[in-house]
Write a protein that binds this ligand. Structure first.
Ligand code: MG
Length: 157
């Protein structure tokens, strides 16, 4: 049976940090702040996968108080989610996600994000959807104070 999970994440945009989304470093004046590399897209996808397993969220498995996860690339979290899925045993049917960012334009980087997420999860790129939208200049995302991502995932287990 296919189980569906949902994930959402947001991180603040601050000076002096790299902007990493979907495992890709995107040239920008500001980056996402957080304990890990603050890759909101990979975090949302990770939560969607964990949700489809009925497991607790990413913070349960990788607490931001644990120095082991400081500045780690978030593909580590996706690899761990994939390992938990394989133990079930389960198979990822698909992942679909939306990035909400006013700036910078992330569209040119989506193909590379798909490649990196597919690699971390060991699934074909064709099973991954990534879209991006602005927030029409409204709210904290519109003021470029942060970037959010949401995701759904289907897992057959
Ligand atoms: Mg996060």
């Amino acid at each position: 049976m296919v189980h569906v999970g949902i994930g959402y994440d947001v991180h603040a945009l601050v000076a002096g940090r790299k902007l990493i989304l979907g495992g890709v470093e995107i040239p920008h004046a500001k980056g996402l702040d957080g304990h890990s590399d603050a890759d909101a897209l990979m975090h949302a996808i990770c939560d969607a996968l964990l949700g489809a397993l009925g497991e607790p969220d990413i913070g349960h498995f990788f607490p931001n108080t644990d120095p082991r996860w400081k500045n780690v690339p978030s593909r580590v979290f996706l690899e761990e989610a994939a390992r938990l899925i394989s133990l079930r045993p389960g198979k990822i049917v698909n992942v679909d996600a939306t990035i909400v960012a006013q700036q910078p334009k992330v569209y040119p980087h989506i193909a590379e994000m798909k490649r990196r997420i597919a690699l971390a999860l060991n699934i074909p790129e064709t099973h991954i959807g990534i879209k991006a939208t602005t927030n029409e200049k409204m709210g904290f995302i519109g003021r470029e104070e942060g970037i959010a991502a949401m995701a759904v995932a289907g897992i057959d287990w």
